[in-house]
Design a protein around this ligand. Structure first.
Ligand code: ADP
Ligand code: MG
Length: 561
């Protein structure tokens, strides 16, 4: 075939194919146009996964009657006028391609009224050609309706997935714009079923609540950094609230939703050491920077951007998130984990993707900041770094506190979990111990001990409290029972027996000093400690940790007077 210039309708379909990949791409372009028009309310409706119908209505500036047709010409835009403008784009659109692209692959109706005019206009296009045009009255704003998407593009239609998959792409996209524009009221309806509605009151946390749930929203930490090349603001999850994939990371640069490996990396590096492998944070990060620091014209769907000073932006974002993490105290989030466990200590629970990972329990807490584990000292103390200096944590005392809180919580609920032993333990008791056992056997049963007489002061122990069993994966010794009985028989008659049992189980069930822990185990231990009522003291009131503040260190080293 000789070389020839392609016919315009072929060109427009090729170009449309780049801009409009699937129904969500249409929604994206239309929502961007509404936002560029200054709309404060945007209603989105999709039917049949967006293939049958997509309708986006806004209360924005509208299009003057004389320009409506022009808007459907390729490279027709009101947003930039010359080459210079391309260097400082502040609108979401600028390529003048969306409306003609959509019209090239679907049937389109537009109804619009500009603020400056007294009457609105209506246009109906098929195969990119106007088939009907009239004046009509409507409130200020624009409604674009797209029927039978890809009707003129059957190849693309074949690649589309199920209605629910396409809907989920649309929902994700609208959610992102809602997060980027909390001051805009969004509503999304699928086949007449409301899916998302935001208030448009400018509160990012409220939008996060609508999308990810109020409980999660309430626990998100505020990111705010005003100096540096880029201003960084938004919300991030505390380390205790992780997800198993990166779908919960949203980045907006000058309010444009972008996918950016650079920003993802900056965020994840800020969380380094705070999350387990395979865990990812939830983040909504807004970055605003001078337009000349940015090239937005690198992708047909404008989903990617290029920063002029990548390293600076990277450092800026990482620092902003690190500061937010350091500022906060885990304790203020008042939660009890049910999936974060030391591998050997508690059975991990499978967490569904959409399920909130943590339950909220309102506990009065003594605040403990986010700590980063550095190592173990003498197989006894965990060395950790916090926002204000160094922490030495007594591993036994810390674990004792954790067990104490867990067992008491179960006791209060009257449901102390028992665990069967593969190999029942046989113990021989002294007469005194036997007496103690006889008087306490009923109570011990409520704590998960199934103890049977085995003749001659011998007893068989078949079940023990699950918390203690999990803390001692290598098998529970006879000592723990005898020590428990000893503690019960102790002279202290003021402490109720229940309390004695809980204290004893926590003390004898906890890991010992001298036990080597892996980095992961130490991190888990600290994470669990953060969730306790009094992370700084063991049940006997002794400290679980020693804190050397940055100020103390500086003084000790003679850096300050
Ligand atoms: P771009 O957004 O890149 O300018 P589009 O093809 O998306 O190109 O839109 C063409 C023009 O139509 C826009 O520049 C704008 O002037 C006008 N327009 C499109 N949608 C709207 C809307 N919802 N409200 C007001 N004006 C609109
Ligand atoms: Mg546009």
């Amino acid at each position: 075939m000789p070389i020839k210039v392609l016919a315009p309708e072929v060109i427009s379909k090729i170009a449309a194919g780049e801009v409009i990949e699937r129904p969500a791409s249409v929604v994206k372009e239309l929502v961007e146009n509404s936002l560029d028009a200054g709309a404060t309310q945007i209603a989105i409706e999709a039917q049949g996964g967006g293939v049958e119908l997509i309708k986006v209505s806004d209360n924005g500036a509208g299009i003057p009657a004389a320009e409506v047709e022009l808007a459907f010409h390729r490279y027709a835009t009101s947003k930039i006028g010359n080459l210079d403008d391309l260097q400082r784009i502040s609108s979401l659109g600028f390529r003048g391609e969306a409306l003609p692209s959509i019209a090239a692959v679907a049937e389109v109706e537009i109804s619009t009224q500009a603020s400056s005019e007294s009457v609105g206009s209506y246009l109906h296009l098929r195969k990119g050609e106007v088939v009907r045009k009239e004046s009509h009255a409507r409130p200020m704003g624009t409604t674009v309706t797209v029927h039978r998407l890809f009707r003129y593009f059957p190849a693309r239609l074949k690649f589309l997935k199920s209605v629910s998959t396409e809907n989920s792409h649309i929902a994700h996209l609208v959610s992102q714009y809602a997060l980027a524009f909390p001051e805009v009221k969004f509503s999304l309806v699928f086949d007449k079923r409301p899916s998302l509605r935001t208030m448009g009151n400018g509160d990012l946390r409220e939008v996060v609540g609508e999308i990810y749930g109020a409980e999660l929203a309430q626990r998100m930490l505020k990111v705010e950094q005003k100096d540096g090349l880029a201003k960084v603001s938004g919300l991030i999850s505390p380390p205790s609230l992780a997800r198993s994939n990166r779908n919960y990371l949203s980045f907006f640069v000058n309010r444009r939703w972008v996918r950016s490996p650079l920003l993802t990396r900056a965020t994840e590096e800020a969380f380094h050491g705070l999350l387990m492998d395979g865990q990812h944070p939830i983040a909504v990060i807004n970055i605003s920077l001078p337009v000349q620091e940015l090239d937005v014209n690198v992708h047909p769907a404008k989903a990617q951007i290029k920063f002029c000073q990548e390293q600076t932006i990277f450092a800026n974002v990482k620092k902003a998130i690190e500061e937010a993490l350091a500022r906060t105290s885990i304790a203020s989030s008042k939660t009890v984990p049910f999936s974060v466990n030391l591998e050997h200590w508690e059975k991990p629970r499978m967490v569904m993707d959409n399920e909130p990972v943590f339950m909220v329990a309102q506990l009065p807490t003594m605040e403990l900041p986010v700590l980063r584990v550095l190592g173990q000292l003498a197989n006894t103390y965990i060395i950790a770094e916090g926002p204000d200096g160094l922490y030495l944590i007594d591993q036994h005392a810390a674990h004792e506190r954790i067990l104490y809180d867990r067992i008491s919580a179960q006791w209060v609920q009257k449901e102390v979990e028992a665990q069967g032993l593969l190999q029942p333990i046989t113990i021989e008791l002294s007469p005194r111990e036997e007496e103690t056992l006889k008087t306490s056997q009923e109570l011990l049963a409520q704590f998960g001990f199934a103890i049977e007489p085995f003749g001659n002061r011998s007893y068989l122990i078949r079940t023990i409290p699950a918390q203690v069993a999990r803390a001692n994966p290598d098998g529970i010794g006879i000592e723990i029972i005898t020590m428990l009985l000893d503690d019960l028989a102790s002279k202290d008659s003021l402490t109720p027996w229940e309390e004695k049992i809980i204290q004893s189980l926590a003390c004898h069930g906890a890991i010992r000093a001298g036990q080597q822990l892996s980095h992961e185990e130490m991190r888990e231990l600290i994470k669990q400690l953060e969730q306790t009522k009094q992370p700084r003291a063991c049940p006997h009131g002794r400290p679980t940790m020693i804190h050397l503040s940055a100020h103390q260190l500086e003084r000790e080293f003679g850096r300050i007077g």
